[in-house]
Design a protein around this ligand. Sequence first.
Ligand SMILES: Cc1cc2nc3c(=O)[nH]c(=O)nc-3n(C[C@H](O)[C@H](O)[C@H](O)COP(=O)(O)OP(=O)(O)OC[C@H]3O[C@@H](n4cnc5c(N)ncnc54)[C@H](O)[C@@H]3O)c2cc1C
Length: 318
Amino acid sequence: MEGISNSKEERRKEGVSPLGRPADARYVKAGLGELPMHLMFLFARRFIAGETLDEALPRVKWMKERGLFTTVDLLGESVYETSRATKASQEYVELVERLASSGLDVNTSLKLTMLGLYISRGVCNENVMRVIDAVRRHNGFLRVDMEGSDCTDATLELVRLWHSSYKGVGTVIQAMLKRSPADVEVLLKEGIGIRLCKGAYKEPPSIAFKDKRDVDAAYVRLAERLLTSGIYHAIATHDERIIRHVIDFANSRGIGKDAFEFQMLYGIRRELQFRLVREGWRVRVYIPYGREWLKYTLRRLRERKENLFFVLKHLFTR
Ligand SMILES: Cc1cc2nc3c(=O)[nH]c(=O)nc-3n(C[C@H](O)[C@H](O)[C@H](O)COP(=O)(O)OP(=O)(O)OC[C@H]3O[C@@H](n4cnc5c(N)ncnc54)[C@H](O)[C@@H]3O)c2cc1C
């Protein structure tokens, strides 16, 4: 089976330096010129639970002790070497085993391009099946993150295949994509649990809403569709206005607090996470860790202009 057609060179040019530690490259392109890598790392620390599993696990435990659910993500994406993709799958198996032996939620999130989607679907399938087997042994859950729109078709097809053999597999729908209402219907028909997010990748206006108001309106429509589907889904946003709307909608329809969950990212709106838990809602925090934090961090940086101010402030006060 073929992988996704973009040439390796094209993708490499798109990205910043190879994913990796600050030492790999001293500067990174961040939309406003070049930023020193050490500054990026300072910024990244807010959003990642460490570079190793040993650093991340105590944070996962800390969340659990405070009533939060978790999903753990090993950082990495856009892998082109089969050996690296295979190694990533082995690291995921180790993650699953460590979560289980530590008595933590066996719930992980992963990106298919880290496990070989850009190499071939066959390589990706083999690697992800290794992870699913481990997740299945512990009756856990695997969430397949959604990446750029060049991956959407393949991701949905593969998730449907995996879900047909193990029900603890779900995926993500991005409200910004105009195709999403149709994709949601396909997934619902098969009983697949969806994490609904706004979408973090840059997409052209031909396929995606560009105006924030349009994205938010699409999000609300899809959230209402998911909540009334009778299937357990995740409402992944830090947008308090939308969260309040979802709560009012659920209350008005008699949808119980255990019928769905909210999800938020590690390092963002923590006080809101705790507030929702106190109100009795289920909240799951997405906890990324690993050395390949750069691309994930750049997405967080671009999402919010205040983040750029944070970085710039440090740049000029050092
Ligand atoms: C659990 C989870 C999993 C996700 N998985 C995926 C995925 O698989 N694929 C994908 O494309 N996207 C994913 N995303 C990212 C998502 O698509 C958005 O890019 C991101 O959540 C920001 O949108 P928002 O819904 O929080 O709304 P926004 O309107 O962007 O933000 C609402 C508020 O949240 C806070 N906030 C949001 N982003 C930041 C930030 N970076 N730094 C500081 N504060 C911030 C601010 O207070 C802001 O006012 C995921 C998000 C979550 C919560």
